[in-house]
Design a protein around this ligand. Structure first.
Ligand code: CA
Length: 229
């Protein structure tokens, strides 16, 4: 049975979400503040984490950032704030998706399913080809890692999928819309910044491994990976 962690301080909402998800066959641990959520995360293995944005003691953003440092578990942010800026910040922190309050529980379930499915396809295709390589840079499908000269960095599911798409065919130019369709499969409402923000996060991660520039913006077109700058 898949187990989720739900960190939400609105107790009635938390109960409703948990009740609904349990009826769908998931096990849900509810925590009402950020510190309790963090303690729970450290104790148990979760298949997915639902984080409210504003929480007592430790807010959802901080919690998201801390969890992301340690693992690639799918994270959905729950937020009452709908400003684009906030959404971008959520993505920069490494959340995989977000849902804006008030929301329909069936919509939440659809997003959970999409995320779990993406996570499974990403990690179950490793028998086909566990690594993708490009000039010493190696992408590990099983561990969601990027490796270079013995150093490695963790990627989130979305970062991995974006990286895989571009790295499979170096020099190919992909439009933002195409990248978005392939990587997010409609999970987040499209905005121009979704792809840009994820690529800039990947660039930062790659800079920790190598001085080389791997992602190139192609004016009026989109992005390509590798090749001459
Ligand atoms: Ca709250």
């Amino acid at each position: 049975m898949k187990r989720f962690l739900l960190v939400e301080d609105e107790q009635i909402l938390a109960k409703n979400i948990a009740f609904f998800l349990e009826r769908e066959g998931y096990e849900v641990d509810i925590k009402h503040d950020g510190e309790a959520g963090w303690a729970s995360y450290l104790l148990k293995a979760y298949d997915l984490i639902l984080l409210d944005w504003t929480l007592p003691k430790k807010d959802g953003l901080e919690l998201c950032r801390e969890i992301r440092k340690k693992s690639n578990v799918p994270i959905i942010m729950i937020t009452a704030k709908s400003e684009i800026l906030d959404k971008i910040i959520g993505l920069e922190l490494g959340a995989d998706d977000y849902i804006v309050k008030p929301f329909d529980l069936r919509e939440l379930l659809a997003r959970i399913h999409a995320l779990l499915r993406r996570n499974e396809t990403t990690s179950s295709e490793e028998h086909v080809e566990q690594y993708i390589e490009y000039e010493g840079l190696r992408l590990d499908r099983e561990k969601l890692l990027i490796l270079f000269e013995g150093q490695s960095i963790h990627l989130t599911v979305n970062e991995y999928r974006l990286m895989e798409l571009l790295m499979k065919k170096p020099d190919n130019v992909y439009s933002r819309e195409f990248i978005y369709e392939q990587v997010w499969e409609g999970a987040l409402g499209y905005n121009d910044r979704t792809v840009d923000v994820t690529i800039s996060r990947l660039r930062k991660k790659l800079m920790e491994l190598s001085d080389r520039k791997y992602f190139h913006a192609v004016r009026g077109m989109g992005y390509r990976f590798g090749g001459k700058s």
